[in-house]
Design a protein around this ligand. Structure first.
Ligand SMILES: O=C(O)[C@H]1NCC[C@@H]1O
Length: 349
């Protein structure tokens, strides 16, 4: 056997959502910042993302992260996030997996009961506070880059559905946010397939009808996900709500989605439904939970923005080497529209 590439992979999930962490085997990635490295990976090394996430090695619900040394003197480590259709600037579930793997595999030293880290994501520095006990990371709380709303309660025309009211918000990824009940959904697990089909149509209409551009970095991808939200309710002194994010190319996030939670915090703050410091429990379609909170308010270009903090837990599920045999016909992997909903049936995208 002679592999032309060998990656060291730690399989992990945060609240049910996959977040593989690639700890070695990628080699040099050019660029000063993690955003530069993200661009370099996308333009020169995208075969790695396809190898890891496309079939036959990956699946539509897989995500991955490449851990890289950071040039920022404030950062303990950097990482670039790889998803099935994009390289997001930020991801909550993936960041929780990265912090957990860095500490639980000893790449960075763990201090009990609390380890503070600063990680450089493509979106910028992320401060992370990990609760640790007996060698296990029991909670990761990250302070995300600012989240803000591009549009609130804006009507769009969706093929076959008519007029749908959406909020468009950025939380590290850009979301078209809709009330699930407006479209007849309760966010039950058996609705996942129908939510994905409808979510993709809403996203396509939003992309076509509502322009977005991140004011500080126009290279950040535009609207790529639809977030279906359940009603916001009070339980004691906490706000609680259910949601599901339909991640491109059309599958439900298994976790409550950290960037989706950040975007929702921006929306409910703008609508006067939450104040800084109040605890917001966001529940996924699988029943898993993240805790959200607005740390402070800020501005991003012309927009009022929230600085969101998101907390959740991750678990390592495997540790192995993934290889590429030079005679393997699927060097760039493939996708099939049975599970890769919006992909061409047949072969690689
Ligand atoms: O937690 C999040 O932000 C995400 N989970 C998978 C898709 C998003 O990156």
């Amino acid at each position: 056997m002679r592999w032309k590439r060998t990656l060291n992979v730690v399989d992990c999930h945060a609240a049910g959502e996959s977040g593989k962490v690639i700890t070695g085997g990628v080699g040099q990635v050019a660029g000063e910042t993690m955003f530069d490295k993200r661009v370099y990976l996308e333009t020169h090394m995208d075969d790695i993302r396809k190898m890891v996430l496309f079939e036959p090695r990956g699946a539509v619900w897989h995500n991955a992260n490449i851990v890289l040394p950071s040039n920022n003197p404030q950062a303990d480590m950097g990482y670039v996030i790889l998803e099935t259709t994009e390289y997001p600037a930020m991801s909550g579930s993936n960041t929780i997996c990265v912090a957990t793997v860095l500490l639980e595999t000893g790449i960075l030293p763990m201090q009990e009961p609390v380890t503070e880290l600063t990680l450089e994501s493509p979106a910028g520095l992320i401060r992370v506070r990990c609760q640790c006990r007996d060698g296990k990371v029991t909670s990761v709380r990250l302070v995300n880059q600012p989240a803000f709303c591009y549009y609130l309660d804006t009507p769009i025309e969706v093929a076959g559905l008519g007029t749908v009211r959406v909020d468009i918000a950025y939380g590290g990824m850009t979301y078209a946010i809709v009330e699930a009940a407006d479209l007849g959904f309760s966010l039950a697990p058996d609705e996942a397939h129908d939510l994905c089909a409808m979510g993709q149509r809403i996203k396509a209409a939003a992309v076509e009808q509502l322009a977005v551009e991140h004011p500080e970095n126009p290279a950040i991808p535009g609207i790529t996900n639809t977030e279906f939200t359940g009603p916001l309710r009070r339980e004691g002194d906490r706000l609680v709500a259910r949601n599901t994010v339909v991640v491109s190319p059309g599958r439900c996030d298994r976790s409550p989605c950290g960037t989706g939670t950040s975007a929702r915090l921006a929306v409910i703050q703008a609508k006067g439904q939450i104040k800084p410091g109040e605890i917001f429990i966001h529940e996924s379609i699988t029943g898993s939970r993240f805790t959200g909170e607005i740390e402070s308010m800020t501005r991003v270009g012309p927009y009022d923005a929230v600085v969101p903090a998101i907390a959740g837990q991750a678990w390592i599920t495997g540790l192995y080497q993934m290889g590429m045999d030079p005679t393997d016909p699927y060097q760039s992997g493939f996708t099939l529209s049975d599970t890769w909903m919006d992909s061409a049936s047949g072969i690689a995208i």
